[in-house]
Write a protein that binds this ligand. Sequence first.
Ligand code: DON
Length: 570
Amino acid sequence: MTKISFSINLVILSGLLFVSCKSKLPETTEKNKTGEVAEKAMLVSARREASKIGVDIMKKGGNAFDAMVATEMALAVSYPFAGNLGGGGFMVYRTADGNTGSLDYREKAPLAASKNMYLDENGEVIEGKSTLGAMASGVPGTIAGIFKVHEKFGSLPIQEIVQPVIELAEKGVIVTQKQQERLQKYRDVLLQVNQDMTLYTKAYKKGDTIKNIALAHTLKRIVANGRSEFYAGETGKKMLEFLKQRGGILTEEDLLKYEAKWRDPIRIPYKEYQIISMPPPSSGGIVLGQILKMIEPYPLAGYQPNSAKYIQVLTEAERRAYADRSFYLGDSDFYDVPQDSLLADAYLSDRMSDFSFEQATPSSTITHGTISGYESNETTHYSIVDAMGNAVSVTTTLNGAYGSKLYIPELGFFMNNEMNDFSLKPGVPNMFGLVGAEANAIEPEKRMLSSMTPTIIEKNGKLWMVVGSPGGSTIITSVLQTFLNVAEFDLSMQESVSAKRFHHQWLPDEIMMEPEGFAKETIQELQQKGYKINQKESRIIGKVDAIKVLPNGNLEGGADPRGDDTAIGF
Ligand code: DON
């Protein structure tokens, strides 16, 4: 392929990538009033196979952290759409004795990265360069992440934890209807980026089996040689060679320097709840906290769920919080994120002071405060509570569907396209429509700003909910609504997860709503007040997998019917 035709292809492909972000809505969203209920332990993830492997580990006596390692790897096998070895993620945990923490295994920009690396000579963003192929990848963090978790909290040997995953890769995963549709939708772009047939470009039908023998071998080597197999061993070397041949810039030094990091989670008090969520480099905890503090003074429980008033209050808080996100948030190892100021009560009540129920506040009149895009669901979240009462909330991603689309056949996994989460150029939206500034500009070794919001919530000091979602910019608002549906409207965990969702992110200035779930009168009332409603795109917002501790101590799983998500407990 010539250089020119390749770049034209990239333009077409990145268009596809954007369009492909829309997913079909499930036919029914409220089939089950109550989700799976169990006495001791529960795991909810995007695939039955992964939930089962994780739960079996806990049945054998493993804890939630052992189950995390197993589930993370099982999703790489059964849900390559987002589950990964070539990506990264975040974990928030709460141990049975109430200690909390978070792990950042987010990808990093390569050492050879630079601020304008995705711009052409005219300073314009080069279409596709940050989303497709070898240049789109940050240094993967997932394998460092699972070993960091295991080292601190693991109770079973890594071999015993990963063995069932290796067997799953060898035995194969049965293609579901939704998986068939996803693979079909992405086949052309996968073929174009890989310039070859690969395991995931065959025309699979529901019921077919996909065995990933290459991934089974990779996992065996990782079990035998540990973390360094990926960061300094054969697997890492093969990955680097593969990327280099395709124009990538990751080096041995990038791999050697990668570290997953423990970080102090964000803690937000809201009424009798404590929300424990992800700090930078995710925007999740701060933005969620800002929204919650802005809406706390309003008597939400007195409004109907998804009523005009409820939607207005959330929208106006979201608008203001996302405006701050775009300006102030980035990797706190590189940029001084004013976390305390952004979460200060006085600042946030002042932020909402110009809101009136009479009329929408146009986003053009809102900018970041003065203090001291869109996508579908290509990330994946899982929630775990074990029999001892430890809780783990994990969101992991390749960024786009199948990441950069670049699949390494010899190793059996896709590479991420997380570099697109940086602000490529101030004010230019990324694939989620999010704009950014200096705080999130590219620098070597910096982590790109995320919206992933793995969250654990305490009620009156006790474990109450484990929750999170994929959905790029809509992750934060999906987690918010799932929490409020239970806390304010007393829905069951499953009802809350299934309920229709809406989203506002400052720019574009519109409320995105899932189609068909909102009353016509509500929409008209909002439109009369000046809100632009976007219901045209038939897309889902978030795909939440959550667990709630019921008053009698049982656990209720909420598995999102928008996907193949499954709750399993015992
Ligand atoms: O870290 C982030 O915010 C994004 N890379 C997450 C991507 C995502 O959720 C894709 N699914 N919609």
